[in-house]
Design a protein around this ligand. Structure first.
Ligand SMILES: Cc1cc2nc3c(=O)[nH]c(=O)nc-3n(C[C@H](O)[C@H](O)[C@H](O)COP(=O)(O)OP(=O)(O)OC[C@H]3O[C@@H](n4cnc5c(N)ncnc54)[C@H](O)[C@@H]3O)c2cc1C
Length: 394
């Protein structure tokens, strides 16, 4: 491991965390190695694959183009919310209720496993609030009407979860009305990934700053080295179709954006809060800083892009909605964006893209929990030939 510290001037608000700042950078791959499995992408998903491969007693090399969690895995909202990118009743209608419930329960188990692995300092089991609308009173007739529709949708979600013994409560409090999901959690996503890398580094060889230039059956090449491996797992969410062009049409890259603020009224957001049909989301860290994302529905066409830098339109939207979430004007300190992959029906993709090359990605904007589950399914497909569950597109 090299000793140069992680850059302190990152635009990403999460990187201000002292643990993230002082985590040393790992050396790039600079030789030709052999391993049972090579994992490309060291975000939350790739690291889950690494963990699973270690558990199976296999030799693993993991490579990332940048730092661990250089992509969305280190730049997201930090919500650990059970389920997939679409609400469970909607997923049930699209994929079948059994598949939607199965994935929901898997993600609940994943929260518990992560909390146990990384501890309460990284995974805060505070629950989450789904609000109808944004915090505060509606500011227009249209907002008022949309809120009514969304409350009815919350009711549908409530009834379904209750009917299947999954914890859910109605929320009626200072932020508005909606649902409280007590088993959900919050994290600093960069802390999660760096923590996992630290845990696994003794049993797997992990390399940063090593962009993969070519993937062939049995061989992964970077500029300065290569990995010969019987199985290759590509755990890349955004821009997956650039690395494996045969997946174009099955996954499509979009940009999601966030900003972070200076500390404001601690306790204003007791847990991750998402509103307006989940399009806007914010959490407050223990220091009182607000991390907010969203607005993609306002700029749908512009956000189908592989550009990973923030844009003026979405950032202006976030400037307005952060006032609603914070309850008062607040100073913005960081602005950033990252790429994610979408699939046509929001089912994550786990597929053999080339012989011996299994890809997972396409979490449609919600991959902190589904990503690791998909990555383990990718390992099972590659190692045992186990076909992915119905809630995956394969
Ligand atoms: C702004 C934003 C907010 C979000 N909020 C949430 C949220 O609150 N909750 C939630 O569940 N999900 C959220 N998501 C989605 C979630 O972040 C992603 O689905 C998830 O992090 C994907 O993780 P991953 O490990 O699969 O992939 P990625 O994070 O995409 O990681 C892939 C890794 O592969 C590396 N890589 C790419 N190309 C190469 C190459 N050629 N060679 C080597 N390495 C390469 C990248 O550097 C990267 O580190 C959000 C996403 C964004 C952008």
């Amino acid at each position: 491991m090299s000793s140069s510290p992680t850059a302190t001037k990152s635009p990403v608000g999460w990187d201000q965390d002292p643990v993230v700042r002082r985590t040393p950078r790992r050396a790039p791959l600079a030789e030709n190695l052999r391993a049972d499995v090579c994992v490309i992408g060291l975000g939350g998903s790739g690291l889950a694959a690494v963990g699973e491969l270690i558990r199976r007693g296999l030799s693993v090399v993991g490579v990332d183009a940048g730092r661990v969690a250089a992509g969305a895995a280190g730049r997201n909202g930090g919500f650990l919310i059970a389920g997939s990118a679409i609400a469970i009743h909607e997923a049930g209608r699209g994929w079948g209720l059994a598949a939607a419930l199965d994935l929901y329960r898997q993600t609940l188990t994943e929260i518990g496993a992560l909390a146990e692995l990384l501890g309460p300092e990284v995974v805060r089991r505070v629950g989450s609030i789904r609000l109808a609308g944004l915090p505060g009173e509606p500011t227009s007739q249209a907002e008022q009407e949309d809120r009514k529709l969304e409350l009815a949708d919350c009711d549908e979600q409530f009834e379904l979860l209750r009917a299947h013994g999954i914890a859910v409560e109605r929320y009626d409090g200072p932020l508005g009305q909606g649902l409280f999901l007590p088993d959900d959690a919050a994290m600093n996503p960069a802390r999660r990934a760096l923590g996992l890398a630290e845990l696994y580094a003794g049993s797997a060889r992990l390399f940063e700053d090593s962009p993969v230039t070519e993937i062939r059956t049995g061989l992964v090449s970077t500029e300065a080295g290569s990995v010969a491996a019987g199985l290759i797992v590509v755990a890349v969410d955004g821009k997956l179709e650039m690395l494996l062009p045969e997946l174009a049409g099955r996954v499509r890259t979009a940009r999601l954006q966030m900003l972070a603020t200076e500390p404001v009224s601690p306790g204003r957001l007791p847990c991750p809060v998402y509103g307006r049909w989940g399009y806007d989301y914010a959490q407050q860290d223990v220091a009182g800083r607000i991390f907010i994302g969203g607005g993609r529905d306002r700029f749908v066409e512009q956000e189908w892009t592989t550009d990973g830098s923030p844009s003026a339109g979405i950032q202006q939207w976030l400037d307005q909605s952060v006032v609603r979430f914070a309850g008062a004007p607040v100073r913005v300190t960081h602005r950033w964006a990252a790429s994610v992959g979408y699939t046509p029906d929001a089912r994550p993709l786990v597929t053999e893209a080339r012989p011996g090359v299994i890809a997972c990605g396409g979490y449609s904007g919600t991959g902190n929990l589904v990503g690791p589950i998909a990555a383990r399914a990718a390992v099972a497909l590659g190692m045992d030939g186990t076909q992915p569950a119905d809630y995956f597109a394969s």
